[in-house]
Design a protein around this ligand. Sequence first.
Ligand code: SD4
Length: 290
Amino acid sequence: EPNRPLVISTWNHGIPANEAAWDVLAKEGGALDAVEAGVRIPEADPDVRTVGYGGYPDRDGFVTLDACIMDEREQCGSVAALQHIKHPISVARKVKEESPHVMLVGEGALQFAVEQGFEKEDLLTEASRKDWKAWKEDADYRPEINIENHDTIGMLALDSRGNLSGACTTSGAAWKMHGRVGDSPLIGAGLFVDNEVGAAAATGLGEEVIRTCGSHLVVEQMRRGDHPETACRKAVRRIVEKNESVKDIQVGFIAVDKQGRFGGYSIQKGFSFAVCEAGRNRLVDAPYWD
Ligand code: SD4
């Protein structure tokens, strides 16, 4: 018997996000609607400083958002370096459904969003502006591990019909260079779904996930028969092998397969993911390489 429906997402902000996704799944809604509804929760929450509204700006003070979404037909949509729109995941879905393209960036993505009826807003909250000002005092860019135990939200759902979808959304690395794009909006890096096999998502230092095609790698390992946790561990191992030292690098993966088995794995201690199955939502500490 496959274990479904099921939803899994990164970090402790995954708990309230899973609840919103579960509301959709429990009513026999589709995985795509579930993951969109789910990640919209941290996107709108000003206290989540790494996703959407209230997210940390880049080094020049601009909040620039990255997001992508992928469904059970392996159709996908993505936006990168998008400003002024609170729900980049919903713009990404519109790119998938209302444009002939997969990915829109920067000004063009904003233009498309406005055409689609999204409202332009100021996403830089007073709290994030203050932290940015404090950072500017010595402007030291050093990606920190597990900042406040949250980062990107990646979410994967298996619905009651057995279909898989995924979503990934972030404000990216705090104090990044203006124009920097991370792994989160890149299909195959921050997110990948193959409805015959499984789905995977990544969080952490995007540059490392991009250079290993992290989420695609996890799905391909599952295709070869690996359990989702083993598949995540092998993607972590690849990153570890490509770096002389991973002491200052954190990357975490989550994955779910077609049977509803799931798992996660990270380089460092401290990564957790939220799983909701049979209506029970809980936080799991991921195993790690160390
Ligand atoms: C990214 N994975 O943009 C995202 C989130 C992050 O440090 O800020 N990582 O790389």
